[in-house]
Design a protein around this ligand. Structure first.
Ligand SMILES: Nc1ncnc2c1ncn2[C@@H]1O[C@H](COP(=O)(O)OP(=O)(O)OP(=O)(O)O)[C@@H](O)[C@H]1O
Ligand SMILES: [Mg+2]
Length: 282
Protein backbone atom coordinates (compact mmCIF):
# COMPACT_ATOMS: atom_id res chain seq x y z
CA UNK A 1 0.00 0.00 0.00
CA UNK A 2 1.26 3.43 -0.95
CA UNK A 3 0.06 6.74 0.48
CA UNK A 4 0.11 9.63 -2.00
CA UNK A 5 -0.61 13.22 -0.99
CA UNK A 6 -1.91 15.80 -3.45
CA UNK A 7 -0.62 19.04 -2.05
CA UNK A 8 -0.30 22.74 -2.85
CA UNK A 9 0.25 25.87 -0.80
CA UNK A 10 -2.13 27.59 -3.24
CA UNK A 11 -5.87 27.08 -3.52
CA UNK A 12 -7.73 26.26 -6.71
CA UNK A 13 -4.78 24.76 -8.61
CA UNK A 14 -6.54 21.43 -9.22
CA UNK A 15 -5.69 19.19 -6.23
CA UNK A 16 -9.17 17.75 -5.82
CA UNK A 17 -9.66 17.34 -9.57
CA UNK A 18 -6.42 15.38 -9.81
CA UNK A 19 -6.92 13.37 -6.60
CA UNK A 20 -10.42 12.18 -7.52
CA UNK A 21 -9.75 11.40 -11.16
CA UNK A 22 -6.38 9.78 -10.52
CA UNK A 23 -8.14 7.44 -8.10
CA UNK A 24 -10.76 6.54 -10.71
CA UNK A 25 -8.08 5.95 -13.35
CA UNK A 26 -6.07 3.69 -11.03
CA UNK A 27 -9.17 1.66 -10.22
CA UNK A 28 -10.92 1.52 -13.57
CA UNK A 29 -7.93 1.06 -15.86
CA UNK A 30 -5.50 -0.79 -13.63
CA UNK A 31 -7.71 -2.55 -11.08
CA UNK A 32 -6.03 -0.88 -8.11
CA UNK A 33 -8.00 -0.56 -4.88
CA UNK A 34 -7.98 3.10 -3.93
CA UNK A 35 -9.24 5.17 -1.00
CA UNK A 36 -9.38 8.94 -1.46
CA UNK A 37 -9.33 10.92 1.77
CA UNK A 38 -10.70 14.46 1.93
CA UNK A 39 -8.31 16.18 4.31
CA UNK A 40 -10.13 19.47 3.83
CA UNK A 41 -12.31 19.42 6.95
CA UNK A 42 -13.65 22.95 6.76
CA UNK A 43 -14.05 23.63 3.05
CA UNK A 44 -14.48 20.10 1.77
CA UNK A 45 -15.43 19.41 -1.82
CA UNK A 46 -14.07 16.01 -2.82
CA UNK A 47 -17.53 14.41 -2.46
CA UNK A 48 -19.04 17.14 -4.63
CA UNK A 49 -16.56 16.42 -7.41
CA UNK A 50 -17.69 12.80 -7.27
CA UNK A 51 -21.39 13.68 -7.21
CA UNK A 52 -21.87 12.32 -3.69
CA UNK A 53 -24.00 14.54 -1.50
CA UNK A 54 -25.85 12.82 1.33
CA UNK A 55 -23.12 11.04 3.16
CA UNK A 56 -24.22 10.82 6.78
CA UNK A 57 -20.90 10.15 8.51
CA UNK A 58 -17.75 12.04 7.58
CA UNK A 59 -14.08 12.32 8.49
CA UNK A 60 -15.14 15.18 10.80
CA UNK A 61 -17.30 12.75 12.78
CA UNK A 62 -14.42 10.32 13.10
CA UNK A 63 -12.43 13.13 14.64
CA UNK A 64 -15.15 14.12 17.08
CA UNK A 65 -16.58 10.78 18.15
CA UNK A 66 -13.66 8.38 17.75
CA UNK A 67 -15.87 5.93 15.87
CA UNK A 68 -14.24 3.43 13.55
CA UNK A 69 -12.89 5.03 10.37
CA UNK A 70 -14.56 2.42 8.22
CA UNK A 71 -17.98 3.83 9.20
CA UNK A 72 -17.23 6.93 7.12
CA UNK A 73 -15.98 5.17 3.99
CA UNK A 74 -18.25 5.01 0.95
CA UNK A 75 -18.05 3.36 -2.42
CA UNK A 76 -18.29 5.59 -5.47
CA UNK A 77 -19.92 4.29 -8.61
CA UNK A 78 -16.50 3.94 -10.22
CA UNK A 79 -15.46 1.48 -7.50
CA UNK A 80 -13.12 3.80 -5.64
CA UNK A 81 -13.69 4.38 -1.95
CA UNK A 82 -13.94 7.80 -0.40
CA UNK A 83 -13.51 9.11 3.13
CA UNK A 84 -15.33 12.45 2.80
CA UNK A 85 -15.16 15.52 4.98
CA UNK A 86 -18.46 17.18 5.77
CA UNK A 87 -20.05 19.49 3.21
CA UNK A 88 -21.92 21.19 6.07
CA UNK A 89 -20.71 24.07 8.16
CA UNK A 90 -18.27 22.98 10.82
CA UNK A 91 -18.23 25.04 13.95
CA UNK A 92 -15.74 23.01 15.90
CA UNK A 93 -12.14 23.82 15.31
CA UNK A 94 -10.96 20.24 15.12
CA UNK A 95 -7.70 19.72 13.34
CA UNK A 96 -6.47 16.59 11.65
CA UNK A 97 -3.29 15.35 13.26
CA UNK A 98 -0.64 12.97 12.02
CA UNK A 99 -1.91 10.44 14.56
CA UNK A 100 -5.40 10.62 13.04
CA UNK A 101 -4.00 9.96 9.59
CA UNK A 102 -2.05 7.04 11.06
CA UNK A 103 -5.25 5.74 12.63
CA UNK A 104 -6.96 5.80 9.22
CA UNK A 105 -4.06 4.00 7.62
CA UNK A 106 -3.76 1.40 10.35
CA UNK A 107 -7.50 0.69 10.45
CA UNK A 108 -8.21 0.42 6.73
CA UNK A 109 -4.90 0.67 4.86
CA UNK A 110 -4.59 -3.07 4.40
CA UNK A 111 -7.64 -2.99 2.08
CA UNK A 112 -5.99 -0.69 -0.44
CA UNK A 113 -3.24 -0.53 -2.99
CA UNK A 114 -3.27 3.28 -2.76
CA UNK A 115 -4.54 5.87 -0.31
CA UNK A 116 -4.71 9.30 -1.93
CA UNK A 117 -4.92 12.28 0.43
CA UNK A 118 -6.55 15.38 -1.05
CA UNK A 119 -4.87 18.02 1.11
CA UNK A 120 -6.23 21.38 2.11
CA UNK A 121 -4.49 24.36 0.47
CA UNK A 122 -1.66 25.91 2.44
CA UNK A 123 1.14 24.63 4.61
CA UNK A 124 -0.64 24.44 7.93
CA UNK A 125 0.07 21.89 10.63
CA UNK A 126 -2.73 19.81 9.08
CA UNK A 127 -0.92 19.72 5.76
CA UNK A 128 2.30 18.86 7.55
CA UNK A 129 0.47 16.02 9.31
CA UNK A 130 -0.85 14.75 5.97
CA UNK A 131 2.56 14.91 4.29
CA UNK A 132 4.19 13.12 7.21
CA UNK A 133 2.17 9.94 6.55
CA UNK A 134 2.73 9.97 2.78
CA UNK A 135 5.20 7.86 0.85
CA UNK A 136 5.14 10.49 -1.84
CA UNK A 137 3.46 13.82 -2.56
CA UNK A 138 2.52 15.43 -5.82
CA UNK A 139 2.81 19.18 -5.56
CA UNK A 140 0.30 20.67 -7.98
CA UNK A 141 1.32 23.99 -9.50
CA UNK A 142 -0.09 26.31 -12.10
CA UNK A 143 2.65 27.71 -14.35
CA UNK A 144 2.88 31.18 -12.84
CA UNK A 145 5.70 32.64 -10.81
CA UNK A 146 3.88 33.19 -7.48
CA UNK A 147 2.47 29.66 -7.40
CA UNK A 148 5.69 27.97 -8.41
CA UNK A 149 7.85 29.92 -5.96
CA UNK A 150 5.38 29.36 -3.12
CA UNK A 151 5.34 25.67 -3.94
CA UNK A 152 9.03 25.45 -3.09
CA UNK A 153 7.93 25.54 0.52
CA UNK A 154 5.84 22.39 0.09
CA UNK A 155 8.83 20.61 -1.39
CA UNK A 156 11.07 21.77 1.46
CA UNK A 157 8.48 20.60 3.96
CA UNK A 158 8.33 17.18 2.30
CA UNK A 159 12.14 17.04 2.25
CA UNK A 160 12.27 17.82 5.96
CA UNK A 161 9.89 14.92 6.57
CA UNK A 162 11.86 12.59 4.26
CA UNK A 163 8.94 12.31 1.88
CA UNK A 164 9.50 12.19 -1.89
CA UNK A 165 7.94 15.04 -3.82
CA UNK A 166 7.19 15.30 -7.50
CA UNK A 167 5.49 18.06 -9.43
CA UNK A 168 2.31 18.15 -11.51
CA UNK A 169 1.76 21.25 -13.63
CA UNK A 170 -1.89 22.07 -14.21
CA UNK A 171 -3.86 24.56 -16.32
CA UNK A 172 -1.13 25.28 -18.86
CA UNK A 173 -2.14 27.66 -21.62
CA UNK A 174 -0.35 29.02 -24.65
CA UNK A 175 0.34 32.27 -22.83
CA UNK A 176 3.95 33.26 -23.56
CA UNK A 177 4.40 34.65 -20.06
CA UNK A 178 3.83 31.30 -18.45
CA UNK A 179 6.73 29.35 -17.04
CA UNK A 180 7.83 26.41 -19.17
CA UNK A 181 7.99 22.92 -17.72
CA UNK A 182 11.78 22.87 -17.64
CA UNK A 183 11.83 26.22 -15.83
CA UNK A 184 9.38 24.92 -13.23
CA UNK A 185 11.47 21.81 -12.78
CA UNK A 186 14.61 23.94 -12.36
CA UNK A 187 13.02 26.32 -9.86
CA UNK A 188 11.58 23.50 -7.81
CA UNK A 189 14.53 21.14 -8.31
CA UNK A 190 12.00 18.42 -8.73
CA UNK A 191 10.76 16.31 -11.60
CA UNK A 192 7.59 17.36 -13.41
CA UNK A 193 5.83 14.00 -13.74
CA UNK A 194 2.70 15.22 -15.50
CA UNK A 195 1.26 18.35 -17.03
CA UNK A 196 -2.29 19.23 -17.97
CA UNK A 197 -3.40 22.02 -20.27
CA UNK A 198 -6.17 24.33 -19.25
CA UNK A 199 -9.12 22.28 -20.43
CA UNK A 200 -12.57 23.78 -20.72
CA UNK A 201 -14.18 20.33 -20.59
CA UNK A 202 -12.64 19.85 -17.16
CA UNK A 203 -14.26 23.06 -15.98
CA UNK A 204 -17.52 21.96 -17.57
CA UNK A 205 -17.39 18.61 -15.80
CA UNK A 206 -17.80 20.31 -12.41
CA UNK A 207 -20.96 22.07 -13.60
CA UNK A 208 -22.23 18.78 -14.99
CA UNK A 209 -21.36 17.05 -11.73
CA UNK A 210 -19.35 14.35 -13.43
CA UNK A 211 -15.68 13.59 -12.70
CA UNK A 212 -13.58 15.06 -15.53
CA UNK A 213 -12.30 11.63 -16.54
CA UNK A 214 -15.78 10.81 -17.87
CA UNK A 215 -16.36 14.13 -19.58
CA UNK A 216 -13.07 15.21 -21.14
CA UNK A 217 -11.25 12.93 -23.56
CA UNK A 218 -8.14 15.09 -23.12
CA UNK A 219 -8.17 14.88 -19.33
CA UNK A 220 -8.97 11.15 -19.41
CA UNK A 221 -5.94 10.34 -21.51
CA UNK A 222 -3.60 12.50 -19.42
CA UNK A 223 -4.77 11.22 -16.05
CA UNK A 224 -4.70 7.60 -17.28
CA UNK A 225 -1.10 8.15 -18.36
CA UNK A 226 -0.21 9.43 -14.89
CA UNK A 227 -2.04 6.48 -13.30
CA UNK A 228 -0.09 4.07 -15.52
CA UNK A 229 3.17 5.64 -14.35
CA UNK A 230 2.16 5.37 -10.72
CA UNK A 231 1.00 1.76 -11.07
CA UNK A 232 4.21 0.89 -12.94
CA UNK A 233 2.37 -0.20 -16.08
CA UNK A 234 4.73 -0.09 -19.06
CA UNK A 235 3.48 2.15 -21.86
CA UNK A 236 4.39 0.73 -25.24
CA UNK A 237 5.21 2.96 -28.18
CA UNK A 238 2.45 2.26 -30.64
CA UNK A 239 0.39 3.84 -33.37
CA UNK A 240 -2.65 2.89 -31.34
CA UNK A 241 -3.54 5.80 -29.06
CA UNK A 242 -2.65 5.09 -25.43
CA UNK A 243 -6.26 5.33 -24.30
CA UNK A 244 -7.28 2.61 -26.76
CA UNK A 245 -4.47 0.35 -25.60
CA UNK A 246 -5.80 0.61 -22.07
CA UNK A 247 -8.98 -1.29 -22.75
CA UNK A 248 -6.87 -4.39 -23.32
CA UNK A 249 -5.08 -4.13 -19.99
CA UNK A 250 -6.31 -6.53 -17.38
CA UNK A 251 -6.71 -5.48 -13.73
CA UNK A 252 -3.41 -5.73 -11.90
CA UNK A 253 -4.74 -6.05 -8.38
CA UNK A 254 -4.07 -9.21 -6.49
CA UNK A 255 -7.24 -8.93 -4.47
CA UNK A 256 -10.68 -9.99 -5.58
CA UNK A 257 -12.88 -7.01 -6.26
CA UNK A 258 -16.25 -6.24 -4.91
CA UNK A 259 -17.12 -4.73 -8.27
CA UNK A 260 -16.09 -6.16 -11.61
CA UNK A 261 -13.54 -4.35 -13.70
CA UNK A 262 -15.03 -2.56 -16.68
CA UNK A 263 -13.48 0.08 -18.84
CA UNK A 264 -14.47 3.61 -17.95
CA UNK A 265 -16.06 4.20 -21.33
CA UNK A 266 -18.38 1.26 -21.06
CA UNK A 267 -19.16 1.75 -17.42
CA UNK A 268 -20.20 5.35 -17.70
CA UNK A 269 -23.73 5.97 -18.88
CA UNK A 270 -24.27 9.68 -19.03
CA UNK A 271 -27.97 9.57 -18.24
CA UNK A 272 -27.60 7.40 -15.21
CA UNK A 273 -24.79 9.44 -13.65
CA UNK A 274 -24.51 10.36 -10.84
CA UNK A 275 -26.43 7.54 -9.27
CA UNK A 276 -24.76 6.63 -6.06
CA UNK A 277 -24.36 3.36 -4.37
CA UNK A 278 -25.99 4.50 -1.19
CA UNK A 279 -24.94 1.40 0.71
CA UNK A 280 -21.95 1.79 2.95
CA UNK A 281 -19.02 -0.38 2.35
CA UNK A 282 -18.65 -1.78 5.82
N1 LIG B 1 -6.67 21.19 -16.25
C1 LIG B 1 -7.68 22.02 -15.90
N2 LIG B 1 -8.20 22.87 -16.82
C2 LIG B 1 -9.19 23.73 -16.48
N3 LIG B 1 -9.76 23.80 -15.26
C3 LIG B 1 -9.28 22.97 -14.32
C4 LIG B 1 -8.22 22.04 -14.58
N4 LIG B 1 -7.98 21.35 -13.42
C5 LIG B 1 -8.85 21.84 -12.51
N5 LIG B 1 -9.62 22.81 -13.04
C6 LIG B 1 -10.69 23.59 -12.40
O1 LIG B 1 -10.10 24.43 -11.42
C7 LIG B 1 -11.04 24.63 -10.36
C8 LIG B 1 -10.34 24.29 -9.05
O2 LIG B 1 -10.01 22.91 -9.08
P1 LIG B 1 -9.87 22.09 -7.72
O3 LIG B 1 -11.05 22.30 -6.85
O4 LIG B 1 -9.53 20.70 -8.11
O5 LIG B 1 -8.63 22.83 -7.08
P2 LIG B 1 -8.06 22.62 -5.59
O6 LIG B 1 -6.61 22.86 -5.67
O7 LIG B 1 -8.52 21.34 -5.04
O8 LIG B 1 -8.78 23.81 -4.85
P3 LIG B 1 -8.84 24.03 -3.25
O9 LIG B 1 -7.50 24.55 -2.87
O10 LIG B 1 -9.92 25.04 -3.08
O11 LIG B 1 -9.13 22.73 -2.61
C9 LIG B 1 -12.24 23.76 -10.67
O12 LIG B 1 -13.22 24.54 -11.29
C10 LIG B 1 -11.69 22.74 -11.67
O13 LIG B 1 -12.68 22.27 -12.56
MG1 LIG C 1 -9.55 20.89 -3.26
Amino acid sequence: MEVIGIVSPKGGVGKTTIASNLAIALKNYFGQDVLVVDANLHTANLALYLGMYDLPISFNDILKTKINVSKAIYTHESGIHILPATLGIEEDEHLISASLFRKVISEVGVDYDYIIIDAVAGLSSEVKAAISVCDKIFVVVTPDIPTVYTSKKAIHLADSLNVISEVIVNKKTKNLHELKLHQISDILRSEVVASFNFDIKTVESVAKRVPAIYHSVYFREKIAFLAANIAGIPIKKSKIPFINQLRKIKPQSKKSHQYAHTSITRQFKKDSYPSLRKDKLY
